[in-house]
Design a protein around this ligand. Sequence first.
Ligand code: 5GP
Length: 215
Amino acid sequence: MTVSENNAKIIVVSAPSGCGKGTILHEVFKNTDAFYSVSCTTREPRDEDKDGETYHFMDRAGFEKIIAEDGFLEYAEYADNYYGTPRAQTEQNLAAGRDVILEIETKGAFQVKEKVPEAVLIFILPPSVKELDRRLHKRGTEKEDVIAKRIAEAVGEIEKSYKYDYVIMNDALEDAVADFETVLKAVKLGDSSADRFRADSEYSKKMIKEVLDNA
Ligand code: 5GP
């Protein structure tokens, strides 16, 4: 993939389910003209999904055709379904000088970083694994065995968060949104104002450890 000559960036956002990633991004998008990349997936639409808005829904044959045409910037299998980022819309927006935000899981995030090292990876942490478990139970949309599987997946993803560029804790929504915007601004300006959120800072390393220890 060609790197854009302007300052437009790919911003990758990952978080285990139940971390409030959707809510944070909803707030962030009120103040940015970045492009939200709509992914393709083979999973069944949920009630709240709108084809073409939340995802482009398709069958496996359709998805595999796009893979064969090299039409994805990245793709991965997650919970028995394919998910992928269409390449063309990302490239067109970057070429037009617009930042592109990808909301994807960790395997896809690392593929993007390998292809586009300038991409910025942000991981959203829950306050603790225990709190994540509480939130998933409160949401009540999943059965006990599915919750257990999602918690196990979440722990695996949190363990990889130190390889991201930035980590943000979603304890209080307002703070998480402000922190996210601080990171976006620092990325655009190329300054050090968000360095405390860097995944390799002592502060972040301690935070990641505490989230995992509090399981
Ligand atoms: P859900 O089925 O709950 O909508 O999404 C499941 C997971 O797939 C989430 O972690 C979400 O961020 C991730 N995901 C969504 N779109 C993509 C994509 O295009 N590529 C990858 N690798 N993951 C995605």
